[in-house]
Design a protein around this ligand. Structure first.
Ligand code: SER
Length: 499
């Protein structure tokens, strides 16, 4: 099955079970101060889950675009280096708001994976919540007993609060969960070590594919749990991982979600995928980041210098940097991949097609301007690295890192990334100190003293900017201004080219 067919089959399966298939919520969140981006399928249902919004229809399903750029496994700097972490990803989800609960949720998941997708039950492992004394919750024996209908005991594993109690954040809806893990190692490897021993052990071939959350509580700000007014099912299946498993690939980037984009990158850059690790990493970075940035722009979030806009700018600049360094792209390049992205994903996400032009223009402008600064900054940094290497040193001082930030717009993490490639660290404390000094300088610079205006002549001011390049004028009034020990005069002229 192709990725598009798999996504569709999920929606159809849950539609056949009485679910209303709804569109993805925007990836960019505008009305929740606790969250900049959608990071789970349930975000858009928070008010329903908390009982403050109408729950009808009570069964829903969708594929939700999500963005995660922080957290243990979602450090932006790691994306591209391995084969299965992403910034933007899709989460397939089905919900029950006070309708079915644990048993049906487990039965549906099983039926979809085994009967529809034909995954081998021998490769499936599930986890159930072992309980928590602190929260006064017992082991989830219910979930375990429902799983026993489908799986032998040694495929049902207890999990702790970290893995098996899902919380949206410090406060909000939460509850025990059951994860489904898939072992896609070779038969030889499976004989050597049992899959159950590798669950939640960071093995890239034994991965969680689906999380079924049994929402029962609301975590309040004092840390206590209060039961929800109804039981809620919230499931989330990592689409890219599922597709990888079904298409029998070792890397998410080898599936048809990413391959068309990677092939286009190869074509445009005249490089090959799979021959040189540094080039491969760059292609994965670009393919991943293109999606995150294009979807954000389609949702109305443009790159900027603050908050969500800055996250997007950082992601895009990281992609530009990799294209520049490893694919030797000296001109805007990423925007040229948009037609391929839209051909692959535009049907499932029509907002991409609708915003095609805006996405292209914004990415190209950002590429053009960042490439100009990048070129100057990188050559300066390379010189500094060369000097360090000659001197046998392995740390770049924070003053230089700050100069790169101040003059060339290099965020500290970008400087650190380039330095890391040469086994050089950056003194971040010094960088912070420079930043503090800079802020203080800006504050001092803002202190201005001025005398009163001295009137020399009466009269109106006339604007002559567009019509003349020279014009005779007279000083109407002036004053003396002192700023940082410098003294100068401000003049008001009767005829002026200034607004
Ligand atoms: N909310 C859960 C998760 O994000 C299941 O959808 O894993």
């Amino acid at each position: 099955m192709t990725a598009n067919e798999i996504r569709e089959s999920y929606k159809q399966f849950f539609a056949s079970k009485g679910h209303t298939v709804v569109p993805s919520a925007p990836m960019v969140i505008k009305d929740d101060p606790t969250l900049m981006f959608t990071n789970a399928g349930m975000n858009q249902w928070k008010d329903i889950i908390l009982g403050t919004k109408d729950p009808e229809p009570r069964r829903r399903a969708d594929s939700q675009k999500c963005l995660r750029v922080s957290g243990k496994h979602n450090d932006l700097e790691e994306v591209g280096h391995d084969t299965y972490h992403h910034t933007m990803f899709e989460m397939l989800g089905n919900w029950s708001f006070g309708d079915y609960f644990k048993e049906e949720a487990i039965d549906y998941a099983w039926e979809y994976l085994v009967d529809v997708l034909h995954l081998d039950p021998k490769d499936l492992y599930v986890t159930v919540f072992e309980g928590s004394q602190e929260d006064n919750i017992a082991r989830d024996d219910d979930a375990a007993s429902f799983w026993r209908k489908h799986l032998p005991e040694d495929h049902i594993i207890n999990g702790n609060k970290h893995d098996n109690f899902w919380e949206m954040g410090d406060t909000g809806p939460c509850g025990p969960c059951s994860e489904i893990h898939l072992d896609s190692r070779t038969p030889e490897e499976k004989l050597k070590v049992k899959g159950s021993e590798l669950v939640n052990k960071d093995n890239p071939q034994v991965i969680e594919i689906w999380n079924i959350v049994f929402m029962q509580f609301n975590r309040k700000s004092d840390g206590s749990l209060e039961p929800l007014s109804m039981n809620v099912i919230d499931t989330g299946m990592g689409f890219e991982r599922l597709v990888r498993a079904l298409q029998g690939k070792n890397s998410n980037y080898d599936t048809d979600i990413f391959q068309p984009i990677i092939k286009e990158i190869c074509k445009l850059s005249h490089k090959k995928y799979g021959e040189d690790e540094a080039v491969d990493v760059a292609m994965r970075v670009i393919a991943d980041h293109l999606r995150a940035v294009a979807f954000s722009i389609a949702d109305g979030q443009l790159p900027s210098n603050a908050k969500a806009g800055y996250v997007i700018r950082r992601i895009l600049r990281r992609a530009i940097r990799y294209a520049y360094t490893f694919l030797h792209q000296r001109e805007a390049f990423i925007y040229r991949l948009i037609p391929t992205l839209i051909a692959e994903m535009g049907q499932a996400y029509p907002e991409l097609t609708a915003q095609r032009e805006l996405i292209g223009r914004v990415i190209k402008e950002e590429e053009d301007s960042f490439l100009r600064t990048l070129e100057k900054g990188i050559s300066m940094l390379n010189d500094a690295i060369e000097v360090l290497q000659k001197e046998g040193k392995s740390e770049l001082d924070g003053v230089q890192a700050f100069r790169l930030f101040d003059t060339y717009g290099f965020p500290l993490d970008l400087t650190e990334l380039i330095c890391r490639e040469h086994q050089i660290t950056v003194n971040a404390e010094q960088f912070d100190e420079e930043m503090r000094k800079q802020k203080e300088r800006a504050r001092n610079a803002a202190v201005v003293e001025s005398t009163d205006w001295v009137e020399l002549a009466a009269g109106e001011q006339q604007f002559v900017g567009y019509d003349y390049t020279e014009y005779e004028c007279q000083i109407l009034r002036y004053r003396q201004v002192t700023q940082k020990k410098n003294t100068y005069f401000e003049l008001v002229l009767n005829n002026t080219p200034f607004y």
